[in-house]
Design a protein around this ligand. Structure first.
Ligand code: ZN
Ligand code: ZN
Length: 278
């Protein structure tokens, strides 16, 4: 049975091209079955799922917004920047993403070295099996650890070994938010500050607007009612696009988060298209 979703557009979700459970085609199919009219696929640091997703979206008659989520380091804080409606074939974007993938690979190998010293012996090749797509990350290490019985669960892998402050943690080698904004804008996309929560200062937002930031993700499962109100006010005051999405990864990875459970109306797609022209 088709249920009527609360929103027409979900502008934030992940596929197996990064750390999501389902393939790009499966996620687009799910979006159509859920009754969404538009979906943005925003995998971490990769656009490799977009081609398949676009084909499927065309078949099913839903709007695919070609996106990305770039993980950045804003003065020691983890800042995520969404790129929406990009031309993913632009050479500068491609070059920068190759650099980012390289940084991920170095980091994962450093984590595996640390694990080895802790008598957890997982090879990089094994981790790659779980990464399926391109964007290899800690969740794939955790999956390999569960498979080999080093830990009982995904959560235990993070709590005991992989999370910040634990013995096999290695900080990401990330780019700055300003560079992420530049990369996205150069590829013709709209740059949006993803789920800022309570970590971002108003002064930082002002700085990033000067560097080309055009939107803030307001409606997101991590946001409290107060945060949604706060960022709605800021987007109105600063004339920014207020976006929203579920940050769907699949029920095994983020239980309780449903595709289309967070989102925006279709008018936001028009706002994005207009902002691109600027
Ligand atoms: Zn994020
Ligand atoms: Zn995300």
């Amino acid at each position: 049975m088709k249920s009527v979703p609360k929103y027409d557009a979900d502008l934030h979700c992940h596929t197996s091209a990064s750390d999501g459970e389902s393939t790009p085609e499966e996620v687009v199919l799910l979006a159509a079955e859920t009754g969404l009219k538009a979906l943005a696929i925003t995998d971490h640091d990769t656009v490799s799922g977009l081609e398949d997703a676009e084909k499927k979206a065309r078949q099913l008659g839903i709007i695919l917004v070609k996106g990305i989520e770039i993980n950045t380091d804003g003065d020691g804080k983890e800042v995520h920047v969404l790129g929406l409606s990009m031309d993913e074939k632009k050479p500068y974007l491609k070059k920068k993403l190759v650099e980012l993938q390289g940084k991920r690979i170095i980091r994962i190998n450093e984590i595996l070295e640390k694990l080895k010293k802790l008598r957890v012996d997982i090879s990089y090749q094994e981790v790659l099996i779980y990464a399926k797509g391109e964007s290899v990350g800690r969740p794939h290490v955790a999956q390999a650890m569960v498979k080999h019985g080093y830990v009982a669960s995904f959560k235990e892998a993070f709590d005991r070994y992989l999370k910040i402050g634990s013995p096999a943690y290695v900080p990401r080698k990330k780019i700055t938010p300003v560079l992420a904004i530049e990369i996205i804008r150069e590829a013709g996309g709209v740059a949006v500050l993803a789920h800022p929560g309570d970590r971002i200062l108003d002064s930082e937002i002002k700085l990033w607007i000067n560097e080309g930031l055009q939107g803030i993700e307001v409606n997101h499962p991590d946001h409290s009612k107060q945060e949604i109100m706060k960022y709605t006010r800021i987007t109105e005051k600063m004339k920014l696009i207020a976006t929203g999405g579920s940050d769907y990864h699949g029920s095994g990875i983020k239980p309780g988060i449903k595709l289309g459970g967070w989102g925006v109306g279709l008018e936001v797609i028009d706002q994005i298209e207009k902002a691109k022209a600027k």
